[in-house]
Ligand binder design. Structure first.
Ligand code: PLZ
Length: 450
């Protein structure tokens, strides 16, 4: 048995492969999982992790891999971040659970204070805490329906909002998320997303035309006065890291305000410094009525929130929102540690710096490899979209091949996109620049090997 070191930033920040990937210990663990873990829960890269920190993951064979995934945009502050570990350890030793709805505790209130301070807008706010992103989205919809007395919810092409019944209905992509899992929740209406690369009349026409199509569809097919909420990811995540043109979100928010529709920004993937600001909505100065957060908020512990205008949030009767574990004290302690880290290390600036390093290198790569049709993203939420050269025909096979080559070389990258043809990069915001550059070198080699 290998001696397993502690995780956190002290873990040697280097890539070091001592076996093939996955190695024998990981392969043996994978065999074990086959006999007991449901097949529906899949794995991107079957290396079993024993410690992690900064920009590296250590596996059961002693390999040290570079992390460009951050557990799907969760450990922005790094794995086992010291402020998270110390606050969580202290909280675990005090008490682990009381249920906030039974006998409350200060940590929950403190997290809500931080959310009121950090989310866009200076208005009076309230928050409710939950366990997962999907649960936050479900509750945002509940709140918007209760407040407006309306039922319809408008979501976008390429949207991802979760895997529960209501959030599956909001999620656009069938495979693997929805196939065979219906019937889905009703009163969900889908409209086109402003997707510059794939907008029929080209990226320059995208903002104005997309806004006009969305408004027209809502008017003709739903009726503005029936719409409780419009929900959008300010930068779409699972759907392909789609960055709408400047002005699109603002146009939507204004439309919602004009018609008494609750504008929900799903910042679960894009929030908490990921895009170089506390929230991606802020890039355009958009102030959503409700914001859903999860992932980066708590450095790896399960916590999610709905934060929004006091009058909307407080429209719900006492007892109308909750759950046994929502805002668990340990998760709240983690969130307070994560937020402290984001501020003390100015992780928004680090995210912008990551983007400044990655985007030019990826654009250069796109000049060499015409399979890269688009380079996009903001801050440390960056992606390349692969197509058959000179066309918009998605190329998921090359995408999988590049990801596989990266994995074998010890770089954890993730794919996404409605067509499975997007490579996305979400490093922990604390990753060192040498490691970041080394990861990009590996990516370059992977494209060269296509
Ligand atoms: N909203 C914008 O990105 C989660 C999903 C991974 P949960 N994205 C990762 C997978 O395949 O299940 C996500 C998101 C946005 C909502 C969610 C849902 O968050 O915490 O996974 O429920």
């Amino acid at each position: 048995m290998l001696q397993v070191p502690h995780g956190g930033p002290e873990l040697p920040q280097r890539r070091n492969l001592v076996t093939e990937i996955p190695g024998p210990a990981s392969r043996a663990l994978f065999e074990r999982r086959l006999g007991v873990v449901a097949r529906g829960v899949s794995t991107t890269l079957p290396v079993f992790i024993t410690a992690a920190g900064g920009g590296v993951l250590l596996d059961a064979d002693g390999n040290s891999l570079i992390d460009f995934g951050a557990g799907i945009a969760v450990v922005s502050v790094g794995n086992a971040a010291p402020d998270v570990v110390s606050r969580v350890s202290a909280q675990v030793a005090q008490f682990t659970h009381t249920c906030f709805m039974v006998t409350p505790y200060e940590g929950y209130v403190e997290v809500c204070e931080q959310l009121a301070r950090l989310t866009p807008g200076e208005h009076e706010k309230r928050s409710a805490l939950f366990n997962s992103g999907a649960e936050a989205v479900e509750n945002a919809v509940k709140i918007a329906r209760h407040y407006t007395g309306r039922q319809a919810v408008v979501a976008f092409d390429h949207a991802y909002h979760g895997r529960t019944n209501l959030t599956m209905a909001l999620t656009a992509k069938n495979m693997p998320y929805k196939q065979g899992f219906g019937p889905f929740a009703g009163e969900i209406y889908r409209v086109p997303m402003a997707y510059p690369l794939r907008w029929p009349d080209g990226p320059d026409a995208c903002r104005a035309e997309a806004l006009s199509v969305v408004k027209s569809l809502i008017h003709t097919q739903v009726g503005e006065s029936n719409v409780a909420a419009v929900i959008i990811e300010p930068i779409q995540g699972e759907g392909g890291f789609i960055v709408p043109p400047d002005g699109f979100l603002r146009g939507l928010a204004d439309f919602c305000a004009d018609h008494g529709i609750v504008f929900i920004a799903d910042e679960i993937q894009s929030g908490f410094c990921r895009t170089g600001d506390w929230f991606a909505s802020s890039h355009e100065g958009v102030v959503p009525d409700l914001v859903t957060t999860a992932k980066g908020i708590a450095g790896g512990l399960p916590l999610a929130a709905v934060t929004g205008r006091a009058e909307i949030m407080d429209a719900v009767h006492p007892g109308g929102l909750g759950g046994t574990y929502g805002g668990n004290p340990v998760a709240c302690a983690a969130a307070l540690g994560a937020i402290e880290t984001m501020e003390s290390m100015d992780l928004s600036a680090r995210a912008r710096r990551i983007g400044d390093i990655m985007l030019p290198r990826l654009r250069k790569l796109a000049e060499t490899y015409p399979v890269i049709a688009d380079v996009r993203g903001r801050g440390a939420m960056v992606a390349v979209e692969l197509t058959r050269p000179g066309t918009l025909e998605p190329d998921p096979a090359s995408t999988a091949a590049v990801a596989g080559a990266c994995h074998r070389a010890g770089l954890v990258v993730l794919t996404c996109g409605t067509f499975g043809n997007v490579l996305r990069f979400l490093p922990p915001l604390v990753i060192g620049e040498e490691l970041l550059e080394e990861g990009l070198d590996i990516l370059e080699d992977a494209f060269a090997s296509l």
